[in-house]
Design a protein around this ligand. Sequence first.
Ligand SMILES: *Cc1c(COP(=O)(O)O)cnc(C)c1O
Length: 385
Amino acid sequence: MEIKRNILLNPGPSTTTDTVKLAQVVPDICPREKEFGSMMEGIRRDLVEIVHGDPNEYTAVLFCGSGTINIDVCLNSLLPAEKKILVVNNGAYSTRAVEVCQYYGLPHIDLSFPVDRLPDLAAVRKALQDDPDIALVYATHHETGTGILNPIREIGALAHEYGAAFIADTTSSYAMRPINVHEENIDFCMASAQKGLMAMAGLSFVIGRADMIRQSASCPRRSYYCNLFMQYDFFEKTGEMHFTPPVQTIYAAVQALKEYWAEGEERKWARHTRVFEAIHKGLDRLGFKDVVKREWQSGLVVSVLYPDDVNWDFMGVHDYCYERGFTIYPGKISAANTFRLCALGAIDEGDIASFFRVFKMALEHYGISVPVKYGKYSVGGGMGA
Ligand SMILES: *Cc1c(COP(=O)(O)O)cnc(C)c1O
């Protein structure tokens, strides 16, 4: 079967291999069959192993949904009555966690910082010191909206120092940047199959401390469908998801995990790094400026400032590239006009070289001057005061 290969430079879903795509084409099966259950057991084990979790301490719980379901599940399920959540917020995805707190009416502190900066750890400590009711600390590892990489190890250590559990949203770093849950002080992390695993959307998972999940049985049950303990407990008792799993998506995930182990953690990260460097090189050549300081970047997403050119037309450039098999993505920063190029997926530096040939043609097509121009107020490496 011939499947057109598109290069997705958006922050997930990512470009997949044909073998992962085709793994979904299987004989129909009822997911309550043992054969299917044992497949999910294998996935759960692998998901813990990817983040080097001790299988006696950590477990993986699968959900049918996009990555946001994990944020919802962790926040609504793990908060004891009368306790509070501290959200370390320096971007769009942590803001999403704050919104989840708001929707459930969960007591929370929105500790917000500028989106192009690292969170101030002294302020995190002070918040914990000032409020002994904080039982959960939440932070985003790789803030996909800007490409910034947050110091989760330090935030997790602070949480533990003050007796709180630590939840890290690792959706856009998991299975790309090497993560060790023990070293990073992570009690709970999360991801979905369509990002680092390079599989299909529709399967998400929380990886966390099994003892804490069991303890959370006594927390208020705030959701019927999205409760972590209920889903864990059902898995433990039956080996199955509580409700219908995304059957074909799970077959793709099994294949993607095989390919993950075959490539290996180190080689995979080296490949993403090559792609990231190639993106920077291409942008530098064209004169583009990025938003976040290089040393703070995750190595997976580059947020690029729109040039100051009357002919600049993001959607036009997007469409030009899209028609030629390359997808670029708008930014997620309210204070600046940006677009993003991401190093996720089954791609390599050769694909980035091909992309920049097309991208340059798009700029020429729209009469955008190359190298691109910036006014004196739009400087790279920080969005200014
Ligand atoms: C992609 C992503 C999510 C989940 O987004 P969905 O659109 O629900 O899959 C959550 N957190 C981060 C950091 C992400 O990059």
